[in-house]
Design a protein around this ligand. Structure first.
Ligand code: PMV
Length: 321
């Protein structure tokens, strides 16, 4: 226990999954069906300030989804044995409604800011577990750089840790924003439907080996092998979504067109691979040296709303504000 600070500000990155979390073993505790691997993103992040205030009669929260935020604060209050309400101010550096999920960076920043403001100093593992309870993939935005979320079997052993720091490998995630619309099926609903796909069990069987292969490619910094794995993994996750009952389709026409473009670039010698989370936007993963070229190529596409170039980034941090 450290002295009650009452107020703290934290910054946390969003992350892109290379091995996807898709399906849960325990819905309430957000224990996933499989381990997953991701990279923190330098240019997509959330900054959150939490201030506990004896004058408040309820939590004051400046974003949508305030019930979920308030429930999360209650977990922190319970941990800290604190009875106060808080003001929460959250800002994303990307426009909300840009089709970019903010729950990973949001719950990671909230978990760190709220625990510090409540006078708690959790370990990285403890923070990751807390963030997971807010939104599964948020647990991967706590540690630095390249991260694995160990699936675990209970709440206290399902958490994320850093495999390599952010300066380990000069690769980039060039995010192509092609829609402003919120997705029609939330990732929570997508997770629940995953098991209804006839291919879900098969996927679970092959994921262990895939996870090992990806870690080997990371260890060797073998970009070709790495890219091949992450692209086929994204397609596999979406194959589960597409064959769920009812089907879940996250792509739009622009997504498919861009997938084709990336394949064409590769055939032409420009090494890039795509991955897609639960939305229509495409993440183009490339080596750092090719990021500008890919940024320029994507910007020329008629459907493009915005392109955001990300480097690997550190995890959640307390900042001065
Ligand atoms: O954390 P959630 O419930 O938003 O789920 C994230 C799901 C994917 O982004 C599609 C995959 C992942 O591992 O991040």
């Amino acid at each position: 226990m450290v002295k009650l600070a009452m107020k703290a500000t934290a910054k946390a990155p969003s992350n892109i999954a290379f091995i996807k979390y898709w399906g849960k073993e325990n819905e309430r505790l957000r224990i996933p069906s499989n381990s997953s691997i991701s990279m923190n993103l330098s240019d997509l992040y959330t900054v959150t300030t939490v201030e506990f205030d004896p004058k408040l009669k309820a939590d004051k929260i400046n974003i949508n989804g305030s019930k979920r935020v308030s429930d999360h604060l209650s977990l922190v209050r319970k941990l800290a044995k604190l009875k106060l309400y808080a003001t929460v101010k959250t800002e994303n550096n990307f426009p909300s409604g840009a089709g970019i999920a903010s729950s990973a960076s949001g719950f990671a920043a909230l978990s760190l800011a709220a625990t510090r403001a409540a006078g708690l100093e959790l370990t990285e593992r403890g923070l990751s577990i807390l963030a997971r309870l807010g939104s599964g993939s948020a647990c991967r935005s706590i540690p630095d750089g390249f991260v694995e979320w160990h699936k675990g079997s209970r709440s206290d052993n399902s958490y994320a840790y850093s495999l390599y720091p952010d300066d380990y490998w000069d690769i980039a995630d060039v995010v192509a924003i092609v829609t402003n619309k919120h997705k029609q099926v939330t990732s929570s609903d997508g997770h629940s439907l995953a098991k209804s796909s006839p291919f879900f069990k098969k996927r679970q069987k092959i994921l262990g080996q895939k996870n090992k292969d990806l870690k080997m490619a990371l260890k060797k910094r073998d970009f070709t092998h790495f890219g091949e794995i992450i692209e086929s993994e994204a397609l596999e996750m979406h194959a589960i979504a597409l064959t769920s009952k009812p089907p879940v389709l996250y792509w739009n026409g622009a997504t498919v067109e861009l997938m084709g473009e990336v394949l064409d670039w590769r055939n032409g010698g420009l090494e890039a691979y795509f991955t897609i989370d639960a939305g229509a936007n495409l993440h183009v993963i490339c080596q750092g040296k090719d990021a500008n070229l890919i940024n320029n190529k994507l910007r020329r596409n008629k459907n493009m709303l915005k392109v955001i170039v990300n480097k690997p980034a550190e995890g959640a941090r307390i900042i001065e504000k």
